[in-house]
Write a protein that binds this ligand. Structure first.
Ligand code: TYM
Length: 328
């Protein structure tokens, strides 16, 4: 039997290279593996756990759907849908919340980080984030989740919930594992922390043109280009990571050798890298233009995806309700 896969991206606007390399590349790989049945959603309910603008939420959600399609997520192979259109997720998450403690949620690193970022907006929804994510995954009984390494603490919570419910109510949830890509952790261009939408200057967007990519790379901090050993952190390490991902391990090794030898000329490195990134993004940007000109097609994908997702989701929800004594 095919195993199920689920992943999602919050509806916070256009995707950046961190989302692409850490999540979508894994989604693509699993979509073309006949051993898996793949479900890919846009997490609009997770997007409202931090301050947001209701006027742009719907268009941000649609942008992510279009980005999925432009990158090659194929509605013939994957079920593509919008989280809030499947109300079973929220209902299941409430049932799941009986199996987790408040203290466990408060101690998650992802929660603490958000509290630091938005101390005046620590809502119940934010605390609830991992419980809803567990419902997103387990409602499809997904055993594999292509996400970046930052999501591991949430997957741990999903496994705990699955284990507890299986034990208490004799259910058959899998304990979902993360599917890692080579880009599971994409560092920030500012040389510290990870690439993130909320840190200005840290990211390259999928829709950036060559000039913008060049400008963003130009801002990455560098050093003299020469030394005894290649830095493992900071701007130089970030640039080399990108060289490895976009130009290959061979090119990266060449630069590493140059660092301990004649030295790296960062102007040349950044130029070559910008070209390589842009080359990979060009077909995606072209496909996106076609999709933007065809809104009926995008609508159809969204409607059909919701129908398919809902069939599976409603069945699991009913099973859980019955097992918990809430059945008919
Ligand atoms: P979000 O929108 O924060 O991130 C979407 C995906 O992008 C990955 N990612 C990165 N990977 C590598 N390096 C980076 N710098 C980087 N930045 C972001 C994230 O790991 C993630 O895979 N909570 C999820 C959304 C979600 C979800 C789900 C995912 C809701 N329900 C169920 C899987 C299953 C999130 O982090 O979104």
């Amino acid at each position: 039997m095919q195993k199920r896969v689920l992943s999602g991206i919050r509806a916070t606007g256009r995707l950046h290279l961190g989302n692409y390399l850490g999540a979508v590349k894994g989604m693509l790989e699993l979509q073309s593996d006949p051993n898996y049945e793949t479900f890919y959603m846009v997490a609009d309910l997770h997007a409202i756990t931090t301050p947001y603008d209701p006027k742009t939420l719907a268009s941000n959600t649609r942008e992510v759907i279009i980005d999925y399609l432009a990158i090659g997520i194929d509605p013939e192979k994957s079920t593509i849908f919008i989280q809030s259109q499947i109300p079973e997720h929220t209902e299941l998450s409430y049932l799941f919340s009986t199996a987790v403690t408040v203290a466990r949620m408060q101690h998650l690193p992802t929660f603490k980080e958000k509290v630091k970022q938005h101390p005046e907006n620590v809502s119940m929804a934010l605390l609830y984030y991992p419980v809803l994510m567990a419902a997103d995954i387990l409602i499809y009984k997904a055993s594999l989740v292509p996400v970046g390494v930052d999501q591991e603490p949430h997957l741990e919570v999903s496994r705990e919930i699955a284990g507890k419910l299986n034990e208490r109510f004799k259910l058959d949830f899998p304990e979902p594992q993360r599917f890692a890509t080579k880009g599971e952790y994409i560092p920030s261009l500012v040389g510290e922390g990870k690439m993130s939408k909320s840190v200005e200057g840290s990211f390259i967007n999928l829709n950036d043109d060559l000039e913008t990519i060049k400008k963003r790379l130009a801002a990455a901090p560098t050093d003299s280009g020469q030394g005894e050993s290649v830095p493992s952190k900071g701007g130089v390490a970030t640039l080399l990571k990108f060289v490895e991902l976009f130009q290959g391990a061979g090119k990266c090794a060449e630069y590493e050798k140059a660092y301990t030898g004649d030295g790296i000329r960062y102007g040349d490195l950044k130029n070559g890298l910008a070209q390589a990134i842009f080359e990979e993004l060009t077909p995606i940007q072209e496909k996106r233009k076609e999709l933007e000109a065809n809104p009926e097609y995008v609508d159809k994908v969204i409607t059909e995806g919701a129908q398919k997702a809902r069939q599976v989701a409603s069945q699991t929800l009913q099973e859980v309700k019955t097992a918990m004594g809430l059945g008919r």
